[in-house]
Design a protein around this ligand. Structure first.
Ligand SMILES: C[S@@+](CC[C@H](N)C(=O)[O-])C[C@H]1O[C@@H](n2cnc3c(N)ncnc32)[C@H](O)[C@@H]1O
Length: 277
C-alpha cells in the first residue's frame, strides 16, 4: 500500500469502496487507494476522529446521514468544461431543437436533461445552444433539468457564475450575449437564458427517480465510466425509458451502450443514440 498511515487499513479502503458502490454506484479500483486516502482523511479530521474506522462507524450510524452525503461528494470526480465534446451540441442545434421548436410554439412541454451536470458547464452549454437556435425558447414551456448527486456542485452550477479560466470554451459572442461581468475576474449568466435550467440534487443510482416527464434529449456523459458494467447497462435502460420516441441520448467519448435492443436505442454516431419508435 502506498499510504503509510496505520490508521488507514485495507479494511477501511474496502469499506469506503462498498459505501461508494452501494450509495452512488461508483466502483473504486485498487489504484484509487491513495486518492481515497487523500480525499477522505480530511473528512476524518474535520469530524474530530483520529482514524478511519471510527469515522466510518459514524458515517454508517443513524446520525451519519449528512456526513455520508459529504463523503460521497469528496469521492466524486467533477471535471467538466463548456461545450465539451462539441459534436453533441452541434447535433442538438442542427437536429433536435429545430425538430421540437414548432411543438414548443404550439404550447407543448419540451424537456432536456443533463443527468450528471457537475458544476454546470454542460446544462449551461445546452441552454446556449437552445437560445442560439430558438431565441424565444424561455417564453415557452422549454426547460433543461440539470441534476447531480453532489449538492456542492449543484449549488455552484445554479449560481451560473464562473471565473474567466473556467469559460474558455464559450465563444466571445456568446459571452457577450448571455453573460455579464461580476467582480474582478468572473462572469455570470444573465437574462432570459436563466429561465431554462432547473438545478436539482439527484442520485442516478436510486430507483424511482421523481421524474415523470419524457425528454427530447438526455446528456449522460462521463459519469458511467465510474460504474461497473451491470450498473451502466441498468442506467442506460432507465434513461432510455425517460426518452420520448425519437429522442436522443448522448454519452461520454469513452462510453458505449451495449444492450441496444433491450434499451430500445439505435446508435446513430459513436456516442449518440436515438430512441426507437
Ligand atoms: C466527470 S463529471 C461529468 C460532468 C459532465 N457530464 C461532463 O461530461 O462534463 C461526473 C459527474 O457525475 C456525478 N455523479 C457521480 N455519481 C453519480 C450518481 N450516482 N448520480 C448522479 N451523479 C453522479 C459526479 O458528482 C460528477 O459531477
Amino acid at each position: 500500500m502506498l499510504v503509510d498511515d496505520p490508521d488507514y487499513t485495507e479494511a477501511d479502503f474496502q469499506r469506503v469502496c462498498k459505501i461508494a458502490k452501494d450509495v452512488a454506484g461508483i466502483s473504486m479500483p485498487e489504484s484509487k487507494k491513495t486518492l481515497v486516502y487523500s480525499r477522505v482523511s480530511r473528512r476524518v479530521r474535520e469530524n474530530g476522529y483520529n482514524n478511519f474506522r471510527n469515522y466510518l462507524n459514524f458515517v454508517e450510524s443513524p446520525d451519519g446521514q449528512a456526513e455520508l452525503e459529504k463523503l460521497i461528494c469528496v469521492l466524486t470526480t467533477n471535471v467538466t468544461s463548456f461545450f465539451r465534446e462539441r459534436e453533441h451540441f452541434t447535433h442538438l442545434e442542427k437536429v433536435v431543437i429545430p425538430s421540437v421548436r414548432e411543438r414548443a410554439r404550439a404550447g407543448e412541454r419540451i424537456r432536456f436533461w443533463s443527468a450528471a451536470c457537475s458544476t454546470g458547464p454542460e446544462p449551461w452549454s445546452m441552454a446556449m445552444s437552445v437560445m442560439t437556435v430558438f431565441p424565444e425558447a424561455a417564453m415557452h414551456d422549454v426547460r433543461i433539468l440539470a441534476t447531480d448527486i453532489n449538492s456542492e456542485v449543484v449549488a455552484q452550477a445554479a449560481s451560473g457564475t464562473y471565473r474567466e479560466e473556467e469559460i474558455e470554451g464559450i465563444p466571445n459572442e456568446m459571452r457577450m450575449q448571455f453573460m455579464e461581468p461580476v467582480g474582478q475576474d468572473s462572469l455570470r449568466f444573465t437574462g432570459s437564458i436563466c429561465k431554462l435550467p432547473a438545478f436539482r440534487v439527484l442520485n442516478l443510482n436510486l430507483e424511482g427517480w421523481p421524474i415523470k416527464v419524457l425528454f427530447s434529449a438526455i446528456f449522460c456523459r462521463n459519469v458511467v465510466i465510474y460504474f461497473d458494467e451491470p450498473t451502466r447497462e441498468h442506467l442506460w435502460r432507465r434513461l432510455s425509458a425517460r426518452l420520448e420516441p425519437g429522442g436522443f441520448l448522448y454519452v461520454g467519448h469513452s462510453e458505449r451502450v451495449v444492450s441496444l435492443r433491450e434499451c430500445g436505442l439505435e446508435q446513430i454516431a459513436p456516442t449518440t443514440y436515438k430512441k426507437v419508435g
